[in-house]
Design a protein around this ligand. Structure first.
Ligand SMILES: NC(=O)c1ccc[n+]([C@@H]2O[C@H](COP(=O)([O-])OP(=O)(O)OC[C@H]3O[C@@H](n4cnc5c(N)ncnc54)[C@H](OP(=O)(O)O)[C@@H]3O)[C@@H](O)[C@H]2O)c1
Length: 266
């Protein structure tokens, strides 16, 4: 199984090479190979819904603790706070992995402008992983032609040395097939909502997981605790019967059991 997580999830194919700066931190978080020479840490700090101030504090704390992966997006409007934390840290750049995202549904020139803005806001020379956030605009506009133009801009971004790997988010099989008709750089990642007990969130959230694996695309989980879920659906993933029973097996709470990096399909 090839499954990675923005925050946490079961994971395999973990690398443990101690020469890798990503492993030389207090947490020693395992990594997965998502593209040639690109290792992605299997757990990371998500920053959705953090403003600049909270993001700066969270990233500072995470880097101090030994986190190696920060996930943000142009649309989160917090990259300047993250930039302040990255500027202040004594950690070398190759000891942490940065994922960002640009909005979907853009033509080549608009996508290029978004890519350069994302990098400028982060104050970085490159990101480790850049994604297109959605197969269309948030309003559903754009379609295949804009998917292809956004992808072409992402490939140019890699060729310019501004991203080490590129991928997609919220893509179903057909959306990825569109990209595979034209891509010259592999689709490294599909970042999709995925957590224990899937089915309580959007109905098609797991679309394509096995197909992605079969095509060499790492399926990365976001919202492992179902951040978007309300009320009892959310609490089911914190202290519900299923997660509590899984946690009991490992002498953990239900919530923590979902952050296991054991090589285990649960
Ligand atoms: N590609 C995309 O479109 C996309 C979409 C969504 C998310 N993401 C990425 O994935 C990251 C994670 O997703 P998410 O933010 O939805 O996170 P999540 O981990 O699924 O859920 C976060 C929520 O869980 C709560 N929580 C965490 N630990 C808890 C505990 N022990 N007990 C009770 N409640 C707890 C948090 O409460 P508090 O607020 O009180 O801490 C927060 O409300 C995002 O930050 C973002 O980077 C990407």
């Amino acid at each position: 199984m090839k499954l990675a997580a923005t925050i946490a999830a079961a994971a395999v194919s973990a690398s443990a090479a101690t020469s890798n700066p990503l492993h030389n931190t207090k947490l020693n978080i395992p990594t997965i190979t998502i593209a040639p020479t690109v290792e992605m840490p299997l757990q990371g700090l998500g920053t959705w819904e953090y403003n600049d101030t909270v993001a700066e504090a969270a990233v500072t704390a995470a880097l101090d603790m030994g986190y190696t992966h920060i996930d943000t997006a142009l649309g989160y409007d917090n990259q300047e706070g993250i930039a302040r934390a990255l500027k202040a840290t004594s950690r070398p750049r190759d000891s942490y992995f940065i994922t960002s995202k640009i909005p979907g549904g853009q033509n080549h020139s608009a996508a290029t402008a978004s890519l350069d803005l994302a990098l400028e806001q982060l104050g970085l020379d490159y990101v480790d992983l850049m994604l297109t956030h959605f197969p269309a605009t948030w309003e559903g506009e754009g379609g295949k032609e804009m998917r292809l133009q956004t992808w072409a801009a992402l490939e140019d971004f890699v060729r310019a040395g501004k991203a080490r790997a590129i991928g997609v988010s919220h893509y179903c099989i057909q959306h990825i097939k569109d990209i595979l008709e034209v891509n010259t750089i592999p689709v490294a990642i599909n970042q999709v909502q995925y957590h224990v007990g899937m089915g309580t969130a959007v109905p098609n959230a797991t679309d394509g997981i096995e197909w992605d694996w079969a095509h060499g695309i790492t399926y990365e989980s976001f919202s492992p605790l179902c951040g978007p879920c309300d009320g009892s659906d959310h609490w089911e993933l914190i202290n519900g019967t299923l997660v509590t029973s899984i946690g009991a097996k490992y002498n953990k709470t239900g919530c923590v059991s979902q952050h296991s990096d054991d090589d285990d399909d649960e």
